[in-house]
Ligand binder design. Structure first.
Ligand code: FES
Length: 141
């Protein structure tokens, strides 16, 4: 049996929302120093709604699958709803990931949070409490 669920394979082979948003309202880039994978998230926000989300991942298959699923889960949602997204929810939506690949989903959550930090900083809006002092995780492999 494959280590990876059908959903992981599907999002790896056909990732959704890959690309760059020109004039994005928020851009977040995070990397995992252990594996060297890098993820960049772009948010387009209108009236507090994420009208578009795109990502670029220079990383492993699980990083691609989790960023793809994460963008699907927050696209069309309000800022508040999107901020509630956890890597756990992304993993559940993919029907699971092998334990040693969980850190890849953390990269996806952190990239979204970093993009929101950029958005709130650029717009001068008050930073939501959950983002104050945000630092991307530095997970062990
Ligand atoms: Fe590092 Fe997947 S192996 S993000």
């Amino acid at each position: 049996m494959s280590l990876y669920t059908d959903k992981v394979m599907d999002h790896f082979e056909n990732p959704r929302n890959v690309g760059v948003i020109e004039n994005a309202d928020g851009i977040g880039e995070v990397g995992n120093p252990q594996c060297g994978d890098i993820m960049r998230m772009y948010l387009k926000i209108e009236n507090d709604v994420l009208v578009d989300v795109k990502f670029k991942t220079f990383g492993c298959g699980s990083a691609i699958a989790t960023s793809s699923m994460a963008t699907e889960l927050i696209k069309g949602k309000t800022i508040d709803e999107a901020l509630e997204l956890t890597n756990k929810a992304v993993v559940e939506a993919l029907d699971g990931l092998p334990a040693r690949k969980i850190h890849c989903s953390v990269l996806a959550e952190d990239a979204i949070k970093a993009a929101f930090v950029d958005y709130f900083t650029k717009t001068g809006r008050e930073m939501p409490e959950c983002l104050v002092g945000f630092e991307p995780h530095e997970d062990e492999h």
